[in-house]
Write a protein that binds this ligand. Structure first.
Ligand SMILES: NC(=O)c1ccc[n+]([C@@H]2O[C@H](COP(=O)([O-])OP(=O)(O)OC[C@H]3O[C@@H](n4cnc5c(N)ncnc54)[C@H](OP(=O)(O)O)[C@@H]3O)[C@@H](O)[C@H]2O)c1
Length: 225
């Protein structure tokens, strides 16, 4: 049985990833900031819920201790935030910008780096993170979402770097694009979360080293850089 670790699984895309992998017989390690209020997650089959605040180094350390070297086949660094998407340039604050960078770019890197020994001990050796079409510079013809776009573009740069560094050790580092999905983040506008996650799960299950460094959508198409 393969093992997947999913961050930010309390709701939205993360929860649905946990549900679909668990129902398919995978062993799921689902992380939530507050496991006590994640009863639906804990009720999934083959699923263990562990606490994780991705911006807190001590929380990542506690996760490592709880895992005690357990192999992880697939990491999905999913936890993320979006705030003040419609802010004009003058309304973009340093606080918002840094919070988004910390949560959406630095935290996935810190989590992957900390879990590298577990990923190396796994059979599949796959590290993914949740990017977005909003990360793309060449596809940006909107002029909105300053902090969110910058954070996901930074995530892409970091993951591409990991892809180069870790490929010689057999780890596939790939970015995923869910599409516009109906979750709390989007005010429940967009694709049904089941559809997006079914697509991304199929992408993850087909990944191999040759996909390292790509940004792959739920529909199997690449996001332009
Ligand atoms: N929905 C879309 O259309 C869309 C499109 C492109 C990319 N994405 C990306 O997909 C990922 C999931 O988004 P979603 O739509 O499912 O959003 P969501 O419904 O708002 O869920 C976000 C999840 O991330 C967790 N989280 C946020 N900050 C965290 C932190 N500091 N530490 C630990 N967990 C944290 C939340 O936990 P709590 O319950 O504790 O808050 C929640 O489980 C994000 O990275 C997002 O940027 C979404």
């Amino acid at each position: 049985m393969s093992t997947v670790l999913i961050s930010g699984a309390s709701r939205g895309i993360g929860f649905e990833l946990a549900r679909q992998f668990a129902n398919d017989g995978w062993s799921v390690i689902a992380t939530a900031r507050d496991p006590a209020s994640a009863a639906a997650l804990a009720a999934l089959p083959n699923t263990r819920v562990l606490p994780l605040e991705v911006t807190d180094a001590a929380s990542i350390e506690a996760l490592l201790t709880a895992l005690d070297g357990e192999p992880i086949d697939v990491l999905i660094a999913n936890a993320g935030i979006a705030i003040n998407l419609e802010a004009k340039p003058i309304e973009v604050t340093r606080e918002d910008f840094l919070l988004l960078q910390e949560t959406n770019a630095f935290a996935p890197l810190a989590l992957a780096a900390a879990l590298k020994p577990n990923i190396l001990a796994g059979e599949l050796k796959i590290a993914t993170a949740m990017s977005s079409l909003m990360s793309s510079i060449s596809a940006n013809d909107w002029g909105t979402q300053y902090t969110y776009r910058a954070s996901k573009t930074a995530l892409n740069a970091l993951w591409r770097q990991l892809a180069q560094r870790w490929a010689p050790e057999g780890i596939t580092c790939t970015l995923l694009r869910p599409g516009l999905v109906a979750t709390q983040m989007t005010g429940f506008n967009g694709l049904p979360v089941e559809v997006s996650v079914r697509g991304m799960k199929a992408v993850v299950e087909r990944l191999s080293l040759k996909d390292s460094g790509r940004i792959i959508g739920y529909d199997g198409t690449d996001v332009p850089w």
